[in-house]
Design a protein around this ligand. Structure first.
Ligand code: SF4
Length: 382
């Protein structure tokens, strides 16, 4: 008999499911706590639920994690899991421990349709959206495994970033119940300020998220003008920078933090020049968006044809932004020894849509972006 995976439900959904079983709504809260707060998957363990409910659950429902394909632990404590989501597809989640927090980077899609040039996931193409249960399962599995591993009863994961594989706002209907489960005090009770959705700029969905489930927002900006961003983040052709920044401004009316984080991957000779920093400053001043910049050292992979900016150039870029009054951080690289940057391992598992080939063709047939001379260090065939 087909059973329902209860990780698919936020509390409201679980209450509706319990009602269908002829149970009172409050039973859903008890069940929700067992699953998410205590990590239980065996209904017989849930001793404060009526025996009749446990029997009904045994025949209609299950709590099922994703099968783990691999687990890699870095010497800096970062752990990366590759999960099997069927049909030869796999997604990743990465746990990044720090002194004052534990962050889990979660995937929302198997592959991604946006096709950013610097992103390994984008080069794999899009396979399918994850459902809510598959998004939540990454947190459920990691949280309870880490508690056991670290022998802790209290919460290990304090922050979630939707920055793994996929564009979360292109999987909106599965994303929102997953976010609600992360925030729910009967489940993980994470602060809205500590759950971040990272988007490449799906403007209409940024507006919807503000009213449906406002959490912290990070935007993958990566370029200070449309010509360059059209090439690096193809979604920009649909939602250009000006529209994106106006959506960010509107989102701030709902956001739990009073700034948007702009992610900016530093690519050698492509977007890391002084004029790019100056254009960024003009851009955020013109649109008057309260923001912070996070400069990300690029993790090179052969198919990208791109290289990491040298550290002195990254620091100079950060200094220019900071001196203009923009709060700017440079992301520490973590888990380099286990390829913990998103998409790096799953890329070896599948490239079913031959997206990398299509991207290479696209670059060959479209007008090239104007490169700074430093770009000549990049192999020309890319
Ligand atoms: S950076 Fe994000 S939106 Fe762009 S291709 Fe990669 S996963 Fe997709």
């Amino acid at each position: 008999m087909t059973t329902v995976n209860l990780l698919d439900f936020d509390l409201e959904g679980l209450a509706a499911f319990c009602e269908k079983l002829g149970e009172k709504k409050f039973r859903a809260t008890q069940l929700f706590r067992w699953i998410h707060q205590r990590g239980a998957s065996d209904f017989t363990q849930m001793t404060d639920l009526a025996k009749s409910l446990r029997e009904k659950l045994a025949t209609t429902a299950r709590v099922e994690a994703l099968p783990v394909v691999t687990q890699h632990e870095s010497k800096d404590g970062t752990i990366k899991w590759l999960f099997d989501v069927g049909d030869g597809n796999a997604v990743e989640a990465v746990f990044i421990p720090e002194d004052d927090r534990g962050t889990l980077c979660v995937s929302s899609q198997a592959g991604c349709a946006v096709g950013c040039r610097f992103c390994s996931t984008g080069h794999q193409g899009f396979s399918r959206n994850l459902n809510t249960g598959e998004i939540v399962a990454q947190l459920w599995f990691a949280e309870h495994l880490l508690r056991k591993h670290l022998k802790r009863n209290e919460r290990v994961i304090s922050n979630v970033v939707m920055m793994g594989m996929g564009e979360p706002l292109q999987n909106y209907s599965a994303l929102v119940p997953a976010l609600r489960t992360m925030l729910d005090d009967n489940a993980y009770g994470l602060s809205r300020r500590r759950v971040t959705v990272s988007t490449s700029g799906v403007v209409p969905m940024i507006d919807r998220l503000g009213t449906d489930c406002a959490v912290a927002m990070a935007v993958s900006l990566h370029a200070p003008n449309d010509a360059l961003r059209d090439d690096l983040v193809p979604l920009n052709r649909k939602y250009p920078i000006a529209e994106l920044l106006e959506a960010c401004k509107r989102y701030l009316a709902y956001a739990p933090r009073d700034f948007i984080t702009f992610e900016y991957c530093m690519l050698d000779g492509v977007n890391d020049q002084p004029e790019h920093a100056r254009q960024l400053i003009e851009l955020v001043r013109k649109h008057d968006v309260s923001c912070k910049f996070n400069l990300i050292p690029f993790n090179p992979f052969p198919a990208s044809g791109l290289l990491r900016s040298p550290q002195p150039r990254v620091l100079a870029f950060a200094k220019t932004l900071s001196e203009a009054g923009l709060v700017t951080t440079v992301r520490k690289t973590r888990g380099d020894d286990i390829d913990a940057a998103c998409g790096q391992l799953a890329g070896d598992v599948k490239d079913r849509t031959r997206a990398a080939e299509r991207m290479a063709q696209r670059r060959a047939t479209e007008s090239p972006i104007v490169m700074h001379p430093a770009r000549k260090t990049i192999p020309q065939e890319h």
